[in-house]
Design a binder for this molecule. Structure first.
Ligand SMILES: [Cu+2]
Length: 132
């Protein structure tokens, strides 16, 4: 299948995270390693790009945080934006302990655009969800 080959080729180049996906309802993963958020795709542990890139996703997609941080301990994926009605972050993983995978609640409801996030335990940690 031609599209499969193209996707595979992009993946091998480590560029997949920079290409907007045409597929809806995907689950994206964000590995956390050494206080960094590393976007990838679910089931592709160990193949995530080794640079922090925006998580490119479609509206309705999910995000799962995977804590692989032997050094940093527990982390969160927490929206910088606060819901004006609830006073809570737009999305939040809550605590992700070392070697845990946690779906980030609220992500599927995000509107298109850039949505930045941080770790509540380490405010210097930053990442971005780019919703198409
Ligand atoms: Cu953290």
């Amino acid at each position: 299948m031609q599209i499969g080959k193209v996707v595979l080729a992009l993946w091998m180049l480590g560029l997949l995270a920079t290409v907007p996906s045409a597929l809806a309802q995907q689950d994206h993963s964000v590995a956390i390693v050494a206080f960094n958020y590393l976007p990838g795709q679910a089931g592709e542990l160990g193949q995530v790009p080794q640079v922090a890139l925006p998580v490119m996703m479609a509206a309705g997609d999910g995000v799962t945080g995977m804590n692989l941080d032997l050094v940093g301990g527990t982390h969160t994926i927490t929206s910088d934006e606060i819901d004006s009605l609830t006073g809570l972050p737009l999305f939040d993983s809550s605590f992700i302990a070392f070697m845990q995978s946690v779906p980030v609640a609220g992500v599927a409801a995000l509107s298109p655009g850039m949505h930045s996030f941080h770790c509540t335990l380490h405010p210097f940690m930053h990442g971005v969800l780019m919703v198409q």
